[in-house]
Design a protein around this ligand. Structure first.
Ligand code: HMG
Ligand code: MG
Length: 308
């Protein structure tokens, strides 16, 4: 807890530590209309590291014409190399992306799949089985070259084109990524439609052993992200994805909006007696700085409250 701020829930119960997986430089910036200079992206990541965040997903090696905002991925990765041994995963969609990540000396990559056909097509220009086969193949190649691999399953709760996503489809896809050798699989609520009841129902479908290797990736479209984290904590999840300042969203997901803000997550966790190791005041200052660069205010309640 940062001593500069009051404890929002004094006397909260002690709980085991959880880990925050910061996606601000990747998910956070991939859909911004305003492009951010490479030097500012590197500064953004440096500031996160100084604030105690680890891991930080720093960029993606996707098709630059699809996501021009992250076309400078090799330069960004090169610019933060000195931060190692910090874990700095990069998103990789296919063989070509893996080749580029290997050339840039990435140590950890993240592969991503969808349990719905429409989003697989819109996000990866293939069908869901093809995307899964690609992810398995990339994972094997990466592991063979000493690169560790995280997995994402997107649209775990609802899909803007197909509606509610069957839990069985999410379970089977997640299990395939775990079996392929992903050290962790993050369950994505890409468009932020999940609710605590749905999170609980989905997580109950996994075994305890499987839940130990899962993370929850929430977007705050309907204001449910923190409540969903609580449901995840209750179900035994200990890794939560978030983006500083509440930036983010997938440009190919139709109605997606920002990720859960890391500051809001830190405020809640620390208030519950869960130590995050994150310096909240310096993180919020970083988000204010980035919001100014992007020409707007941060959607994070905690960033706004701390800046008043
Ligand atoms: P495609 O158009 O089908 O690509 O896109 P292709 O295989 O037909 O290749 C076309 C040309 O692009 C070829 O070049 C390839 O070499 C080149 P040419 O022969 O014409 O000269 N190419 C590449 N160049 C650089 N890097 C590459 C690459 N791949 C091919 N990686 C592709 C298929 C998968 C590439 C495209 O659909 C893509 O990049 N998709 C990524 C979209 C994306 O970044 N979405 C956002 C991230 S996912 C997300 O936000 C959700 C998440 O946060 C979790 C959640 O919220 O749920 C993770
Ligand atoms: Mg996302």
């Amino acid at each position: 807890m940062n001593p500069a701020f009051p404890d929002p829930h004094p006397g909260g119960p002690e709980r085991p530590e959880v880990s925050i997986y910061e996606v601000g430089p990747r998910d956070g910036l991939q859909a911004e209309a305003q492009s951010v200079a490479t030097v500012d992206k590197i500064d953004f990541i440096d500031r996160f590291a100084a604030a105690g965040l680890n891991p930080i997903e720093v960029t993606s090696f996707v098709l630059p014409t699809w996501v021009p905002q992250l076309a400078d991925s090799a330069e960004v990765l090169d610019g933060v190399r000195d931060l190692a041994p910090l874990r700095m995963p990069v998103l990789v969609p296919n063989d070509r992306g893996l080749e580029r990540a290997q050339k840039a000396n990435a140590q950890t990559i993240a592969v991503f799949v969808s349990p719905t056909e429409t989003f697989a097509r819109k996000n990866l220009n293939t069908d869901k089985d093809g995307a899964l086969a690609d992810a398995e193949h990339i994972t094997a190649e990466a592991l063979g070259s000493g690169i560790t691999v995280r997995g994402y399953v997107s649209m775990c709760f609802g899909d803007p084109w197909e509606g509610k996503v069957p839990i069985e489809d999410v379970l089977s896809m997640t299990r395939r990524l775990l079996a392929a050798g992903c050290y962790e699989v993050s369950l994505g609520d890409t468009i932020g439609v999940g609710t605590p009841g749905h999170v609980r129902e989905l997580l109950e479908g996994f075994t305890e052993q499987e839940r130990d290797r899962l993370a929850l990736h929430t977007h705050d479209t309907y204001g449910q992200a923190l409540a969903n984290v609580l449901a995840g904590l209750d179900a035994g999840i200990r890794v939560f994805d978030s983006a500083a300042g509440g930036l983010g969203g997938c440009p190919f997901a139709g109605s997606a909006t920002g990720n859960l803000a890391t500051e809001d997550l830190v405020w809640m966790l620390e208030g519950m007696g869960i130590s995050t190791g994150v310096d909240l005041s310096s993180l919020a200052a970083t988000s204010e700085w980035m919001a100014k660069l992007l020409g707007r205010t941060s959607p994070s309640s905690v960033v706004r409250a701390l800046s008043n």
